[in-house]
Ligand binder design. Structure first.
Ligand code: PLP
Length: 400
Protein backbone atom coordinates (compact mmCIF):
# COMPACT_ATOMS: atom_id res chain seq x y z
CA UNK A 1 0.00 0.00 0.00
CA UNK A 2 1.07 3.55 -0.78
CA UNK A 3 2.81 5.44 2.05
CA UNK A 4 0.45 8.46 2.05
CA UNK A 5 -2.55 6.13 2.09
CA UNK A 6 -1.13 4.30 5.14
CA UNK A 7 -0.62 7.61 6.97
CA UNK A 8 -4.27 8.47 6.26
CA UNK A 9 -5.61 5.11 7.40
CA UNK A 10 -3.54 5.28 10.57
CA UNK A 11 -5.04 8.71 11.35
CA UNK A 12 -8.52 7.31 10.87
CA UNK A 13 -8.34 3.92 12.51
CA UNK A 14 -5.60 3.96 15.15
CA UNK A 15 -5.68 5.62 18.61
CA UNK A 16 -3.86 8.95 18.43
CA UNK A 17 -1.31 7.96 21.08
CA UNK A 18 1.93 8.02 19.09
CA UNK A 19 3.70 10.73 17.12
CA UNK A 20 5.32 8.55 14.46
CA UNK A 21 8.16 9.45 12.14
CA UNK A 22 6.89 9.66 8.54
CA UNK A 23 8.43 6.42 7.37
CA UNK A 24 7.11 2.91 6.74
CA UNK A 25 9.55 0.11 7.52
CA UNK A 26 9.16 -3.17 5.72
CA UNK A 27 12.31 -5.15 6.41
CA UNK A 28 15.28 -5.40 8.75
CA UNK A 29 18.67 -7.02 8.59
CA UNK A 30 21.26 -6.85 11.37
CA UNK A 31 21.74 -3.20 12.34
CA UNK A 32 19.84 -1.95 9.29
CA UNK A 33 16.21 -1.24 8.44
CA UNK A 34 14.71 -0.78 4.99
CA UNK A 35 11.69 1.39 4.23
CA UNK A 36 8.86 0.92 1.74
CA UNK A 37 10.94 2.68 -0.93
CA UNK A 38 13.95 0.42 -0.37
CA UNK A 39 16.02 3.09 1.39
CA UNK A 40 18.46 1.74 3.99
CA UNK A 41 18.83 3.10 7.55
CA UNK A 42 21.31 2.39 10.33
CA UNK A 43 19.09 1.59 13.30
CA UNK A 44 20.28 2.95 16.65
CA UNK A 45 16.88 2.58 18.28
CA UNK A 46 16.43 -1.17 17.82
CA UNK A 47 12.71 -1.18 18.56
CA UNK A 48 13.50 0.77 21.76
CA UNK A 49 16.32 -1.42 23.10
CA UNK A 50 14.41 -4.55 22.12
CA UNK A 51 16.04 -6.00 19.02
CA UNK A 52 19.14 -7.10 20.92
CA UNK A 53 20.46 -9.47 18.25
CA UNK A 54 19.69 -7.05 15.44
CA UNK A 55 16.94 -7.60 12.91
CA UNK A 56 16.27 -11.09 11.53
CA UNK A 57 19.05 -12.93 13.32
CA UNK A 58 19.12 -16.40 11.67
CA UNK A 59 19.34 -18.38 14.95
CA UNK A 60 16.50 -16.39 16.47
CA UNK A 61 14.32 -16.94 13.40
CA UNK A 62 15.17 -20.63 13.40
CA UNK A 63 14.22 -21.01 17.08
CA UNK A 64 10.85 -19.34 16.51
CA UNK A 65 10.12 -21.32 13.34
CA UNK A 66 11.01 -24.61 14.97
CA UNK A 67 8.90 -23.91 18.05
CA UNK A 68 5.95 -22.54 16.03
CA UNK A 69 5.80 -25.81 14.15
CA UNK A 70 5.69 -27.77 17.42
CA UNK A 71 3.71 -25.84 20.03
CA UNK A 72 2.88 -22.17 20.53
CA UNK A 73 0.68 -21.78 23.60
CA UNK A 74 -0.99 -24.02 26.16
CA UNK A 75 -1.36 -21.61 29.15
CA UNK A 76 0.10 -21.99 32.61
CA UNK A 77 -2.32 -24.76 33.53
CA UNK A 78 0.33 -27.17 32.23
CA UNK A 79 4.09 -27.72 32.11
CA UNK A 80 6.18 -26.75 29.08
CA UNK A 81 9.96 -27.15 28.80
CA UNK A 82 11.14 -23.86 27.16
CA UNK A 83 9.74 -21.69 29.97
CA UNK A 84 11.26 -23.80 32.73
CA UNK A 85 14.64 -23.96 30.99
CA UNK A 86 14.54 -20.20 30.43
CA UNK A 87 13.79 -19.61 34.12
CA UNK A 88 16.81 -21.68 35.12
CA UNK A 89 19.10 -19.82 32.70
CA UNK A 90 17.85 -16.42 33.89
CA UNK A 91 18.51 -17.39 37.52
CA UNK A 92 22.01 -18.56 36.63
CA UNK A 93 23.06 -15.36 34.84
CA UNK A 94 21.47 -13.08 37.45
CA UNK A 95 22.10 -15.07 40.66
CA UNK A 96 18.43 -14.58 41.49
CA UNK A 97 16.28 -17.45 42.78
CA UNK A 98 12.98 -17.56 40.87
CA UNK A 99 11.16 -16.06 37.91
CA UNK A 100 7.60 -14.91 37.25
CA UNK A 101 6.90 -14.58 33.52
CA UNK A 102 4.74 -11.93 31.87
CA UNK A 103 4.57 -10.15 28.53
CA UNK A 104 5.96 -6.63 28.91
CA UNK A 105 8.01 -4.30 31.05
CA UNK A 106 5.09 -2.66 32.74
CA UNK A 107 3.71 -6.07 33.72
CA UNK A 108 7.09 -7.11 35.10
CA UNK A 109 6.98 -4.03 37.31
CA UNK A 110 3.37 -4.74 38.33
CA UNK A 111 4.50 -8.18 39.50
CA UNK A 112 7.29 -6.59 41.56
CA UNK A 113 4.85 -4.09 43.10
CA UNK A 114 2.45 -6.88 44.02
CA UNK A 115 5.26 -8.90 45.62
CA UNK A 116 6.37 -5.85 47.62
CA UNK A 117 2.81 -5.06 48.75
CA UNK A 118 2.07 -8.61 49.89
CA UNK A 119 5.47 -8.99 51.51
CA UNK A 120 5.08 -5.66 53.38
CA UNK A 121 1.65 -6.56 54.76
CA UNK A 122 2.90 -9.92 55.97
CA UNK A 123 6.08 -8.44 57.47
CA UNK A 124 4.72 -5.32 59.17
CA UNK A 125 0.98 -4.99 58.59
CA UNK A 126 -1.35 -2.95 56.33
CA UNK A 127 0.42 0.36 56.86
CA UNK A 128 3.56 -1.11 55.24
CA UNK A 129 2.59 -0.58 51.60
CA UNK A 130 4.57 2.44 50.38
CA UNK A 131 7.15 2.32 47.61
CA UNK A 132 9.91 4.85 47.10
CA UNK A 133 10.82 5.71 43.50
CA UNK A 134 12.97 8.48 42.00
CA UNK A 135 12.64 11.69 40.04
CA UNK A 136 12.88 11.19 36.24
CA UNK A 137 11.87 7.52 36.71
CA UNK A 138 9.91 5.59 34.13
CA UNK A 139 8.38 2.26 35.09
CA UNK A 140 5.56 1.76 32.60
CA UNK A 141 2.02 2.69 31.62
CA UNK A 142 -0.35 0.45 33.55
CA UNK A 143 -1.78 2.09 36.63
CA UNK A 144 0.56 0.53 39.19
CA UNK A 145 3.73 1.11 37.18
CA UNK A 146 2.42 4.56 36.22
CA UNK A 147 2.02 5.41 39.89
CA UNK A 148 5.70 4.56 40.30
CA UNK A 149 6.57 6.85 37.37
CA UNK A 150 7.32 10.34 38.52
CA UNK A 151 6.65 12.21 35.29
CA UNK A 152 3.60 14.47 35.51
CA UNK A 153 2.69 14.41 31.80
CA UNK A 154 2.30 10.62 31.85
CA UNK A 155 0.31 10.54 35.08
CA UNK A 156 -1.94 13.60 35.42
CA UNK A 157 -4.76 12.63 33.03
CA UNK A 158 -5.31 9.37 34.90
CA UNK A 159 -5.33 10.45 38.50
CA UNK A 160 -6.15 9.27 41.09
CA UNK A 161 -3.33 6.76 40.80
CA UNK A 162 -2.33 4.06 43.26
CA UNK A 163 -1.59 5.63 46.67
CA UNK A 164 1.64 5.11 48.55
CA UNK A 165 4.31 6.20 46.06
CA UNK A 166 6.89 8.82 46.90
CA UNK A 167 9.63 10.21 44.66
CA UNK A 168 13.03 11.47 45.77
CA UNK A 169 16.26 12.48 44.04
CA UNK A 170 18.47 9.53 43.01
CA UNK A 171 21.52 11.42 44.31
CA UNK A 172 20.76 12.16 47.93
CA UNK A 173 21.23 8.91 49.84
CA UNK A 174 20.99 10.62 53.23
CA UNK A 175 17.57 12.01 52.41
CA UNK A 176 16.48 8.52 51.28
CA UNK A 177 17.75 7.06 54.53
CA UNK A 178 15.89 9.65 56.60
CA UNK A 179 12.59 9.11 54.74
CA UNK A 180 12.52 5.30 54.60
CA UNK A 181 10.57 4.08 57.61
CA UNK A 182 8.40 1.08 58.51
CA UNK A 183 5.64 2.27 56.13
CA UNK A 184 7.77 1.36 53.11
CA UNK A 185 7.74 -2.15 51.64
CA UNK A 186 9.85 -1.35 48.57
CA UNK A 187 12.30 0.93 46.79
CA UNK A 188 12.24 0.90 42.99
CA UNK A 189 15.03 2.25 40.79
CA UNK A 190 16.43 2.00 37.24
CA UNK A 191 20.24 1.53 37.21
CA UNK A 192 20.32 3.88 34.21
CA UNK A 193 17.20 6.01 33.92
CA UNK A 194 16.23 5.39 30.31
CA UNK A 195 13.07 7.18 29.22
CA UNK A 196 13.98 9.97 31.66
CA UNK A 197 17.04 10.86 29.55
CA UNK A 198 19.75 8.20 29.97
CA UNK A 199 20.97 9.10 33.45
CA UNK A 200 23.20 6.45 35.01
CA UNK A 201 22.70 6.18 38.75
CA UNK A 202 25.99 6.21 40.69
CA UNK A 203 27.12 2.77 41.87
CA UNK A 204 27.67 4.24 45.33
CA UNK A 205 24.00 5.23 45.44
CA UNK A 206 22.88 1.70 44.51
CA UNK A 207 25.25 0.23 47.10
CA UNK A 208 23.83 2.66 49.67
CA UNK A 209 20.26 1.71 48.77
CA UNK A 210 21.09 -2.00 49.08
CA UNK A 211 22.56 -1.42 52.52
CA UNK A 212 19.63 0.68 53.78
CA UNK A 213 17.04 -1.74 52.37
CA UNK A 214 18.76 -4.71 54.02
CA UNK A 215 19.02 -2.92 57.38
CA UNK A 216 15.42 -1.69 57.36
CA UNK A 217 13.96 -4.84 55.77
CA UNK A 218 12.62 -3.15 52.64
CA UNK A 219 12.60 -4.88 49.25
CA UNK A 220 14.94 -3.39 46.66
CA UNK A 221 13.41 -3.50 43.18
CA UNK A 222 15.88 -2.76 40.39
CA UNK A 223 13.92 -2.07 37.20
CA UNK A 224 16.09 -3.74 34.56
CA UNK A 225 13.45 -3.56 31.83
CA UNK A 226 15.73 -1.44 29.62
CA UNK A 227 19.16 -2.10 31.17
CA UNK A 228 18.84 -5.87 31.53
CA UNK A 229 20.06 -8.61 29.17
CA UNK A 230 23.49 -7.20 28.30
CA UNK A 231 22.41 -3.68 27.28
CA UNK A 232 24.84 -1.92 29.63
CA UNK A 233 27.84 -4.19 29.06
CA UNK A 234 26.93 -6.57 31.87
CA UNK A 235 24.05 -9.02 31.96
CA UNK A 236 22.25 -6.70 34.38
CA UNK A 237 22.74 -3.08 35.38
CA UNK A 238 22.91 -3.93 39.09
CA UNK A 239 26.07 -5.96 38.42
CA UNK A 240 27.99 -2.72 37.80
CA UNK A 241 27.42 -1.88 41.46
CA UNK A 242 28.08 -5.46 42.54
CA UNK A 243 24.77 -5.73 44.39
CA UNK A 244 21.81 -8.09 44.22
CA UNK A 245 18.28 -6.71 44.31
CA UNK A 246 15.31 -8.54 45.83
CA UNK A 247 13.33 -8.09 42.62
CA UNK A 248 14.49 -7.38 39.08
CA UNK A 249 11.81 -6.82 36.43
CA UNK A 250 13.12 -7.36 32.88
CA UNK A 251 11.56 -7.26 29.41
CA UNK A 252 12.72 -5.20 26.42
CA UNK A 253 15.79 -7.08 25.13
CA UNK A 254 14.78 -10.44 26.57
CA UNK A 255 12.78 -11.69 23.59
CA UNK A 256 14.93 -10.00 20.94
CA UNK A 257 11.70 -8.61 19.44
CA UNK A 258 9.25 -11.23 20.63
CA UNK A 259 7.17 -9.81 23.50
CA UNK A 260 8.13 -11.34 26.83
CA UNK A 261 8.76 -9.97 30.30
CA UNK A 262 9.82 -11.48 33.58
CA UNK A 263 10.21 -10.55 37.21
CA UNK A 264 13.30 -12.11 38.79
CA UNK A 265 13.15 -12.51 42.54
CA UNK A 266 15.47 -13.55 45.36
CA UNK A 267 15.13 -14.68 48.95
CA UNK A 268 11.77 -14.07 50.63
CA UNK A 269 10.58 -12.08 47.61
CA UNK A 270 10.87 -15.26 45.52
CA UNK A 271 8.28 -17.11 47.57
CA UNK A 272 5.90 -14.31 48.56
CA UNK A 273 3.34 -14.88 45.80
CA UNK A 274 1.65 -18.26 45.96
CA UNK A 275 -1.15 -20.14 44.17
CA UNK A 276 -3.73 -17.79 42.75
CA UNK A 277 -1.92 -14.57 43.76
CA UNK A 278 -0.92 -13.56 40.26
CA UNK A 279 -0.98 -14.87 36.72
CA UNK A 280 -1.15 -14.22 33.01
CA UNK A 281 -2.73 -16.15 30.17
CA UNK A 282 0.06 -15.61 27.66
CA UNK A 283 3.04 -15.61 30.01
CA UNK A 284 5.95 -17.95 29.41
CA UNK A 285 4.32 -19.57 26.40
CA UNK A 286 6.60 -21.96 24.50
CA UNK A 287 7.00 -19.62 21.53
CA UNK A 288 7.98 -16.59 23.62
CA UNK A 289 10.26 -18.65 25.86
CA UNK A 290 12.02 -20.21 22.86
CA UNK A 291 12.67 -16.78 21.37
CA UNK A 292 14.18 -15.62 24.69
CA UNK A 293 16.28 -18.78 24.99
CA UNK A 294 17.70 -18.09 21.54
CA UNK A 295 18.52 -14.53 22.61
CA UNK A 296 20.47 -15.73 25.67
CA UNK A 297 22.28 -18.36 23.62
CA UNK A 298 23.35 -15.94 20.87
CA UNK A 299 24.45 -13.32 23.43
CA UNK A 300 26.75 -15.97 24.91
CA UNK A 301 28.00 -17.41 21.61
CA UNK A 302 28.70 -14.02 20.06
CA UNK A 303 30.10 -12.45 23.26
CA UNK A 304 27.58 -9.66 23.10
CA UNK A 305 27.95 -8.70 26.77
CA UNK A 306 31.60 -7.79 26.11
CA UNK A 307 30.66 -6.29 22.74
CA UNK A 308 28.11 -3.97 24.33
CA UNK A 309 30.71 -2.80 26.80
CA UNK A 310 33.45 -2.35 24.20
CA UNK A 311 31.33 -0.73 21.48
CA UNK A 312 29.66 1.50 24.07
CA UNK A 313 33.10 2.75 25.12
CA UNK A 314 34.21 3.36 21.54
CA UNK A 315 30.93 5.07 20.67
CA UNK A 316 31.07 7.43 23.64
CA UNK A 317 34.71 8.27 22.88
CA UNK A 318 33.84 9.19 19.29
CA UNK A 319 30.87 11.24 20.47
CA UNK A 320 33.11 13.15 22.86
CA UNK A 321 35.39 13.90 19.89
CA UNK A 322 32.33 15.07 17.97
CA UNK A 323 31.38 17.30 20.89
CA UNK A 324 34.74 19.06 20.59
CA UNK A 325 33.76 20.04 17.05
CA UNK A 326 30.08 20.77 17.72
CA UNK A 327 29.45 22.93 20.80
CA UNK A 328 25.76 21.98 20.59
CA UNK A 329 26.74 18.73 22.35
CA UNK A 330 27.28 19.49 26.02
CA UNK A 331 27.38 16.00 27.54
CA UNK A 332 27.82 12.38 26.50
CA UNK A 333 26.76 9.81 29.10
CA UNK A 334 25.59 6.25 29.49
CA UNK A 335 26.64 2.71 30.15
CA UNK A 336 27.45 0.13 27.48
CA UNK A 337 25.12 0.51 24.52
CA UNK A 338 22.74 2.84 26.30
CA UNK A 339 23.99 6.29 25.39
CA UNK A 340 22.62 9.77 25.96
CA UNK A 341 23.79 12.89 24.14
CA UNK A 342 22.80 16.12 25.86
CA UNK A 343 22.29 19.18 23.66
CA UNK A 344 22.70 22.82 24.63
CA UNK A 345 19.39 23.65 22.95
CA UNK A 346 15.98 21.96 22.73
CA UNK A 347 16.52 20.70 19.19
CA UNK A 348 16.60 16.93 19.76
CA UNK A 349 13.43 16.29 17.76
CA UNK A 350 14.60 18.23 14.73
CA UNK A 351 17.94 16.36 14.81
CA UNK A 352 16.06 13.05 14.91
CA UNK A 353 14.17 14.09 11.73
CA UNK A 354 17.34 15.28 10.00
CA UNK A 355 19.15 12.06 10.87
CA UNK A 356 16.25 10.03 9.51
CA UNK A 357 16.59 11.90 6.23
CA UNK A 358 20.26 10.91 6.17
CA UNK A 359 19.52 7.24 6.88
CA UNK A 360 20.22 7.18 10.61
CA UNK A 361 17.61 6.20 13.18
CA UNK A 362 18.04 7.82 16.58
CA UNK A 363 15.58 8.80 19.27
CA UNK A 364 14.94 11.80 21.51
CA UNK A 365 14.00 11.59 25.17
CA UNK A 366 12.80 15.05 26.04
CA UNK A 367 13.60 18.24 24.14
CA UNK A 368 17.36 18.21 24.43
CA UNK A 369 18.55 14.61 24.80
CA UNK A 370 19.34 12.13 22.04
CA UNK A 371 19.21 8.45 22.97
CA UNK A 372 21.23 5.74 21.22
CA UNK A 373 20.21 2.17 22.06
CA UNK A 374 21.43 0.11 19.09
CA UNK A 375 21.39 -3.67 18.63
CA UNK A 376 24.03 -5.39 20.77
CA UNK A 377 25.68 -6.78 17.62
CA UNK A 378 26.89 -3.26 16.73
CA UNK A 379 30.41 -3.15 15.19
CA UNK A 380 33.02 -0.43 14.86
CA UNK A 381 32.06 0.27 11.24
CA UNK A 382 28.48 1.01 12.38
CA UNK A 383 29.79 3.40 15.04
CA UNK A 384 31.88 5.18 12.40
CA UNK A 385 28.94 5.40 10.02
CA UNK A 386 26.71 6.79 12.78
CA UNK A 387 29.26 9.41 13.83
CA UNK A 388 29.78 10.46 10.20
CA UNK A 389 26.05 11.05 9.75
CA UNK A 390 25.71 12.79 13.12
CA UNK A 391 28.59 15.08 12.14
CA UNK A 392 26.69 15.97 8.98
CA UNK A 393 23.34 16.65 10.66
CA UNK A 394 25.04 18.73 13.37
CA UNK A 395 26.80 20.90 10.79
CA UNK A 396 24.69 23.96 10.00
CA UNK A 397 24.05 24.38 6.24
CA UNK A 398 26.51 26.77 4.56
CA UNK A 399 25.00 30.17 3.85
CA UNK A 400 24.57 30.89 0.14
C1 PLP B 1 10.23 0.50 28.66
C2 PLP B 1 10.30 0.47 30.12
C3 PLP B 1 9.23 0.01 30.89
C4 PLP B 1 7.89 -0.37 30.29
O1 PLP B 1 8.01 -1.46 29.44
P1 PLP B 1 6.81 -1.82 28.43
O2 PLP B 1 7.26 -3.12 27.82
O3 PLP B 1 6.71 -0.69 27.47
O4 PLP B 1 5.59 -1.97 29.25
C5 PLP B 1 9.41 -0.06 32.26
N1 PLP B 1 10.56 0.30 32.84
C6 PLP B 1 11.61 0.73 32.13
C7 PLP B 1 12.88 1.08 32.83
C8 PLP B 1 11.52 0.85 30.75
O5 PLP B 1 12.56 1.32 30.05
Amino acid sequence: MDKQKLFELEQTYVFRTYRRQPVVFTRGEGCYLFDSEGKRYLDLVAGVAVVALGHSHPQWIEAIKEQAEKLVQVSNLYYTAPMIELAKELCEISRMDRVFFCNSGTEANEAAIKVARKWGKAARGDHCHRILTFSRAFHGRTLGALSATAQKNYCEPFEPLLPGFLQLSPRDIEKVDSVLDASFCGVMIEPVQGEGGVWPVESAFLVGLRKICTEKKILLIVDEVQTGIARTGKWFGFQHADILPDLAPIAKGLGGGFPIGACLARGEAASTLTFGDHGSTFAGAPLAASAAKAVLRVIQEENLVENAQKMGGIFREKLVELAAKHPLIVDVRGLGLMIGVELKEPVAKSLVSKALGEGLIINATGESTLRLIPPLILRKNHVEEAVRILDKVLTPPARP
